[in-house]
Ligand binder design. Structure first.
Ligand code: KIV
Ligand code: ZN
Length: 551
């Protein structure tokens, strides 16, 4: 890296917009959306989609609810051209969906593009040329006037051929490519020159797409540029102002949201942000950000998982685990305090399901986009007792007493630490069984019978102590009291029962019951034990022996 980066790089100049309005506005409705997955997304793939993959993705985009879909660059190759023809001839495009195609301002390309659209119901012809100082100088070696002439000539070539699309509803779109790196005054000048050719009206608007082709500044600068254009361009009411952000500075979503505040009507982007370099704007994130604020995004991501499947299969791309909304880990809490807060938030929702969503750490209800609560909590060595208890309860109906959670939590954490990986509910159950339920040394149970005469319970116990049989009788006001008294006569350490609870286990556990018992020795030592049996009395006896074995 440079010692003094200012010698090599410089900040993009600020836009003079002293009365800027966008910081005081709020988003209240969804914009028009245009998917550019099949064009900008596709052109950035190492292996571009084949026709059947493009068709599958196109159908998915329609199902999500996109009404404007840029399907390609039909003049770029036969594959692109044929795909367009197939969509039209085989009638894959619903009547309310606009088929958008991209073309450069060149006669041969425009000719072929028009040819590819014949017979379509509704089309958007999207013409672009680069306008930034660097493109003008380095790529084209042309003056501002010459670059403007490329745009107006291209616009005229399109205009002159529209009669060939009789019966097709046509909307025209112009992009001054690299808009965000272009002087706003010059973008306005070129765009107005194109408007002079296309003559849009409030009844027959054209789309003016203002690309953040490469993010060169902070998102507030893009918002200023958009507001500047909205305020200064002629015939604003004959225009649909459209945003097209890329993500070079990782602020494509922010730039788009601020651009909408600044007055834009439409957003171009791709699913999960696929696209050139760092990608295009991720439409899923912007749409679900609106949803999170209670605004209907007009796009349906109820089954995000199946959309991800199609996307990954068609593009060969994968979704990073931390991708907003879609990533595998987005609804997962690793930290114990997060898990505890989520657990409390979810429990509160159960008691007031109609309330606004306020579960800590979860921006939206995962269920709304087809994700499961099952993904909310996982346990690793950093997790607290809350996460451990939550998984045991949710997956196996094992409802540990609070105080026992405090004892088992660190035991589980140590075991998880040794495993060195994240663990499932089944792993935790196995740890619990090993620590408590399966403890059989030194004490284990061979038989236990009781009889109750007028409130006095007598027991007859057959146990093993370090493999040797031990039998005794005991008496008390209940089976456990009888057991404790009997044990006291058989060489077991003295103790009393400090805490007891039990419940049935879920049906998967063979209709068994589980008992949790805490014992306390005369010197104040406390230990928990747990026993499982189809007979609740025997489950309790096993729990006492489990605790005794843990002294
Ligand atoms: O990023 C961009 O500027 C583009 C244009 C063709 C709209 O993709
Ligand atoms: Zn782009």
């Amino acid at each position: 890296m440079q010692k003094d980066p200012s010698k090599k790089y410089r900040a993009f100049p600020a836009i003079h917009l002293p009365e800027r309005q966008w910081p005081n506005r709020l988003l209240t409705a969804a914009p028009r959306w245009a998917s550019v997955d099949l064009r900008d997304g596709n052109q950035a793939l190492a292996v571009p989609m084949n026709v059947s993959q493009k068709l599958e993705l196109f159908r998915t985009l329609v199902k999500i609810g996109f009404k404007e879909i840029e399907v390609g660059f039909p003049s770029a190759s036969n594959t692109e051209f044929n795909f367009n023809r197939r969509l039209i001839v085989e009638k894959h495009v619903p009547d309310d969906v606009w088929l958008q195609v991209l073309v450069q301002a060149r006669e041969d390309l425009i000719e072929r593009t028009i040819e590819s659209l014949i017979g379509a119901k509704r089309v958007i012809i999207h013409m672009y040329n680069s306008t930034s100082p660097a493109q003008r100088r380095v790529v084209f070696g042309k003056s501002k006037e010459e670059i403007k002439a490329i745009a107006t000539k291209g616009a005229q070539m399109i205009q002159d051929r529209l009669h060939r699309l009789e019966g097709t509803e046509v909307m025209l779109q112009y992009s001054p490519e690299s808009f965000s790196a272009t002087e706003v005054e010059y973008s306005k000048e070129v765009s107005e020159a194109v408007m002079d050719v296309w003559q849009p009206t409030p009844q027959r608007k054209m789309i003016l797409n203002l690309p953040d082709t490469v993010e060169v500044a902070m998102p507030n600068v893009y918002a200023d540029q958009i507001e500047w254009i909205c305020k200064n361009i002629k015939q604003r009411d004959a225009l649909i102002i459209s945003l097209h952000a890329h993500n070079d500075r990782s602020t494509g979503v922010a730039a788009t949201e601020l651009g909408l505040l600044a007055g834009a009507d439409r957003v171009e982007g791709t699913l999960f942000g696929n696209g050139e370099r760092t990608g295009n704007l991720d439409i899923v994130t912007v749409a679900l950000n609106l949803y999170m604020h209670g605004i209907d995004p007009q796009l349906d991501f109820s089954n995000l998982h199946s959309i991800i499947e199609v996307y990954e299969h068609c593009t060969g791309m994968t979704i990073p685990p931390r991708q907003p909304y879609a990533g595998e880990l987005v609804f997962t809490a690793f930290s114990g305090s997060h898990q505890d807060a989520i657990k409390k938030g979810l429990a509160e929702r159960e008691s007031s399901p109609g309330a606004h969503w306020e579960v800590p750490y979860l921006t939206i209800d995962p269920a709304d986009i087809g994700r499961e609560y099952r993904e909310v909590i996982r346990v690793n060595s950093q997790s607290g007792k809350g996460g451990v208890a939550y998984l045991l309860e949710r997956e196996f109906g094992i409802n540990l007493p609070k105080d026992m959670q405090r004892e088992f939590g660190p035991i589980a954490n140590d075991a998880v630490d040794q495993l060195g990986r994240e663990v499932s509910g089944a792993d935790l159950k196995a740890m619990f069984w090993k620590e408590y339920v399966e403890r059989s040394e030194p004490w284990s149970l061979a038989g236990f019978e009781t009889e109750n005469k007028k409130g006095v319970v007598k027991c007859q116990a057959e146990l093993f102590h370090s493999g040797k049989p031990v039998t005794f009788n005991g008496e008390g006001n209940g089976p456990l009291a009888a057991l404790v008294h009997g044990l006291a006569t058989s060489g077991a350490p003295r103790f009393e029962i400090a805490s007891y609870s039990e419940h049935a286990l879920s049906s998967g556990e063979g209709a068994a019951a589980i008992a949790y018992i805490q014992i306390k020795t005369p010197d104040g030592k406390r230990r928990w034990g747990s026993g499982v049996d189809t007979n609740i009395e025997i489950a309790s006896v096993r729990a006492v022996l489990s605790a005794l074995n843990r002294l």
